[in-house]
Design a protein around this ligand. Structure first.
Ligand SMILES: CC(C)(COP(=O)(O)OP(=O)(O)OC[C@H]1O[C@@H](n2cnc3c(N)ncnc32)[C@H](O)[C@@H]1OP(=O)(O)O)[C@@H](O)C(=O)NCCC(=O)NCCS
Length: 391
């Protein structure tokens, strides 16, 4: 008996499937263009701040000076963690991967919220903002615990990026470090309906709470096909070690059908506009900090890969230099993906709220290709699958 009467189209990987209308982000992958709410990524990286960009994504418009100050004050007031939540993070094994810590801690934040569930969009948005703010404190507290240091409370007056670097290192960052971190956060804040944003949207569509929604996003970002490419890209640069070895590395990698990390993208079939911004920023910071060897090695790998991949649609993406930039900022490699999450919570919150304003439960279908009407046998009459195969 056939389960289907009509031909069915399977959209494996959901390529080119649209799940909603959106006013949040537009990517033109052929023309190397990225817009958040209509504003070009170049303008935002050049003129905005992470807080202003997060406001734009989540509320839908650029804030006035008064609105922005209020928003910054609000995030600042949300940054401290409940002492019980801090104790919980302290109890985690110090060898834990920071992404696992972040996923568990964001989920646990819901336990300290007396009313995690709410149907009210404003309340939901506010919970998203609380999580956005607290994630800085979670990541830095865990990093300090695992390095046998006490966590630092947030420092009033510092912006999102600067406070993150301060709580991580114990030193207030200088203007150029804080700026580099801020721009990196802007570049990672949003990227349309990618895997983690879709995961958040699916969870939102069930009317689950914001803690569950954002935990879904973190869990999905964790996989190496999504977040994490910048960690591998940096490790490659460190292993290659010198610009003179870049060409032989690339030739050998491509000969063995290995992918060059920081290259290629599902949507961009030309330059990733974020790559151009982060490369320039990384180069400036490397020169200022005298870390040109690392940067030059990354450039040599890029140039060699571009030469060998010429004529394809495989171009450098943001990850080719984001890991290099974070490394120059003195950040440990396993914190790169949590930093990505720390920024992307803005986009996840924006998309979940947008979806909920015209909600429909997401419930796709699977094409059943198994048997139907199989006779049920008592257990003593069954032959285990493996035994059956042996006969
Ligand atoms: C991002 C990525 C998953 C996009 O994948 P995709 O659009 O599904 O493309 P595919 O992985 O199917 O690759 C298509 C072809 O291009 C090749 N290719 C893709 N990215 C490549 C890379 N970085 N280096 C070398 N070859 C690459 C694949 O080997 C494949 O070749 P084939 O057709 O001969 O088998 C892929 O480019 C990749 O893994 N890049 C490296 C990781 C990375 O930088 N990720 C961060 C993205 S922001």
């Amino acid at each position: 008996m056939s389960a289907f009467k009509e031909p069915v189209v399977i959209h494996k990987g959901l390529d080119n499937v649209y799940v909603k209308e959106s006013r949040i982000c537009f990517i033109d992958g052929e023309a190397s263009k990225l817009f958040y709410r209509g504003y070009s990524i170049e303008d935002l990286a050049d003129r905005s701040t992470f807080e202003e960009t997060a406001y734009l994504l989540i509320f839908g418009w650029l804030p006035t000076s008064t609105q922005l100050q209020k928003f910054k004050d609000q995030l600042e007031s949300y940054r401290p963690l409940d002492p019980d939540a801090l104790r919980l993070i302290r109890s985690f094994p110090t060898h834990s991967d920071p992404m696992d810590v972040l996923r568990t801690a964001v989920s646990a934040l819901g336990l300290y919220d007396p009313q995690p569930m709410s149907d009210d969009i404003d309340v939901r948005r506010d919970k998203g903002l609380r999580i956005l703010a607290k994630v800085l404190t979670i990541i830095t507290a865990f990093d300090r615990f695992r390095n046998h240091k006490e966590p630092l409370p947030p420092k009033p007056g510092l912006g999102h990026a600067a406070d993150f670097l301060y709580m991580l290192t114990g030193k207030e960052p200088d203007v150029s470090d804080a700026h580099a971190m801020d721009v990196a956060l802007i570049l990672h804040a949003e990227h349309e309906m990618n895997a983690s944003t879709f995961a958040c949207t699916v969870t939102a569509s069930t009317l689950a709470d914001m803690y569950s929604i954002l935990t879904s996003g973190i869990g999905t970002l964790r996989g190496p096909l999504h977040g994490g490419a910048n960690e591998v890209a940096l490790r490659t640069v460190l292993e290659v070690g010198d610009a003179s070895r870049a060409e032989s590395y690339v030739v050998e990698a491509l000969a063995h059908k290995k992918k060059i990390m920081g290259f290629g993208h599902r949507v961009y079939k030309s330059w990733d506009p974020r790559y151009l911004i982060i490369k320039k920023l990384g180069g400036e910071l490397a020169a200022k900090k005298g870390q040109t060897k690392l940067f030059d090695t990354a450039v040599a790998i890029e140039m060699s890969a571009r030469k060998h991949l010429e004529g394809t649609t495989i171009f450098p993406n943001v990850d080719s230099y984001s890991g290099v930039l974070f490394h120059i900022l003195g950040i440990q490699t396993d914190l790169f993906t949590p930093i990505f999450a720390m920024s992307r919570i803005a986009g996840w919150t924006a998309h979940s709220i947008e979806y909920l304003q015209a909600n429909r439960l997401i419930r796709p279908k699977a094409l059943y290709v198994g048997t139907i009407g199989t006779p049920y046998l008592a257990s003593e009459l069954r032959i285990g699958k493996a035994e059956e195969e042996k006969e």
